[in-house]
Design a protein around this ligand. Structure first.
Ligand code: NAI
Length: 404
């Protein structure tokens, strides 16, 4: 079939197998180039560092989780297990990008002599935890690092069977702000109604720390965490402009809970000299972030400002810096006053934020976006679904079940 891009309300319905493989390959190439040679003074080599050998990534098929897998494997030869929720391809329907990414990654990792396996299933369920535990036992014995990088619209509590839904809404009152859609350059006004009833609590059940804690408790109880093991989850703070819908909204409550969970897990992990951290990462186009209202407009301005100063990073560059400079540099792990690791440091620099605010004020409803890089945001969005690569002939008939 000829696979074309189909996007509905900022959600891509299709993915290209060859393009996803190209996306994975590009990130592997970047990591390999920087891991062994001093190409850029901002990124240090992995050669002299002690990165964890056995890594479990929960949500390792796209975005920050996939990058965590790639940096571990191709930065320092780590073996990896991924747990993610994917749709497989059929003769007439494409798989999710995460499925293609995973196939492409594991093919390359195995060719490089690394162990790389996945469990496709609902990470929130007891069954997936048990299957993953069995795989860790047979493949690694124990793991040294657990990355928790899930982004999901819903979660069923394994104990009660209750299904919770996460929403991206402000709290208390409606929030109106300028926004832009991925497929249109014209700025529009978006109004988001506040969360109702139990929506805020439900979002905390889905995107907070509850399931992260269940994973770590399960792995500890089964003796699957090595002495000194670390676990890391990802969070976001962002600028004041997006506070009402992000940090002070329903998702912000969930992120506060996640950050609180890190402190609780660190106490539990003391038994094995382990530690839990939350890393605050940069705003980047992923399948999860593209659907947050107002965020694509912020990202378009931010991308332009950071690119002009040569500070723009993709997920892989962020995770590379997180691993090499913050978590595994051999020095004390730098944290902010609340114990969080910050790789959003470049995004949050005063000069960057002042310029973003200046350009935000230039935007007018009904007019095309000004001084912003919506093209760059769009290109990244296309590429995370395997589209927009010059090297690929998108007119060519491909079998969606093929692995590249
Ligand atoms: P993403 O959408 O690219 O990845 C989400 C991952 O979760 C995928 O691997 C998906 O398969 C997996 N997943 C979802 N539901 C699942 C389930 N029920 N069972 C198993 N796997 C499941 O998202 P992204 O953006 O990489 O987000 C990961 C984390 O990073 C989130 O906590 C997010 O809040 C955080 N973050 C994202 C930022 C951004 O701008 N994209 C910025 C800072 C933090």
């Amino acid at each position: 079939m000829i696979i074309t891009k189909k996007v509905l309300r900022n959600v891509s319905l299709t993915a290209h197998p060859q393009g996803c493989a190209q996306y994975v390959q590009d990130q592997i190439d970047w990591v390999q180039a920087h891991a062994h040679a001093s190409l850029d003074s901002r990124y240090q080599k992995c050669d002299d560092l002690k990165l964890p050998r056995r890594i479990l990534v929960l949500g390792g098929s796209t975005g920050y989780g996939l990058s965590s897998r790639i940096v571990g494997a191709f930065g320092s030869g780590s073996d990896t297990i991924n747990v993610s929720f994917e749709r497989e391809p059929s003769q007439t329907k494409t798989a999710t990008p995460g499925w293609y990414n995973t196939m492409a990654f594991e093919k390359r990792a195995k060719e490089a002599g690394l162990k790389a396996e996945s469990i496709f299933g609902d990470a929130f369920s007891d069954e997936t935890k048990q299957k993953t535990g069995a795989l860790i036992k047979s493949l690694f014995g124990q793991v040294d690092l657990v990355i928790y990088s899930l982004a999901s619209p819903l979660r069923t509590d394994p104990k009660t069977g209750t299904t919770y839904r996460s929403v991206l809404k402000p709290l208390g009152k409606p929030f109106s702000a300028l926004s832009v859609d991925m497929d249109c350059d014209v700025v529009k006004m978006a109004t988001i109604e506040p969360a109702e009833g139990t929506q805020a609590e439900e979002t905390v059940h889905v995107m907070g720390g509850e399931d992260w804690a269940l994973w770590i408790e399960y792995l500890m109880q089964e003796n699957l965490l090595a002495e000194g093991a670390m676990t890391v989850s990802y969070s976001y703070i962002g600028p004041k402009i997006t506070y009402p819908v992000y940090r002070e909204g329903t998702i912000g409550k969930a992120k506060e809970d996640l950050e609180k969970t890190a402190a609780e897990l660190t106490k539990k992990l003391q038994q094995i000299q382990g530690k839990a951290y939350v890393s605050v990462n940069k705003a980047l186009v992923t399948r999860a972030s593209a659907v947050i209202p107002v965020v694509p407009l912020y990202m378009a301005i931010l991308y332009q400002v950071m690119k002009e100063r040569d500070l723009h990073e993709h997920c892989t560059e962020q995770i590379y810096r997180l691993f090499t400079e913050k978590l595994f540099s051999g020095k004390q792990i730098p944290t902010d006053d609340e114990g969080r690791v910050r790789v959003d440091d470049w995004e949050m620099q005063d000069d960057i934020q002042a310029e973003v605010e200046r350009r935000w004020a230039l935007q007018k409803e009904g007019e095309p976006l000004k001084d912003a890089d919506i093209e760059g945001v769009r290109k990244e969005y296309d590429q995370i679904h395997g589209f927009g690569f010059d090297s690929i002939d998108y007119e060519k008939d491909v079998d969606p079940r093929d692995i590249y």
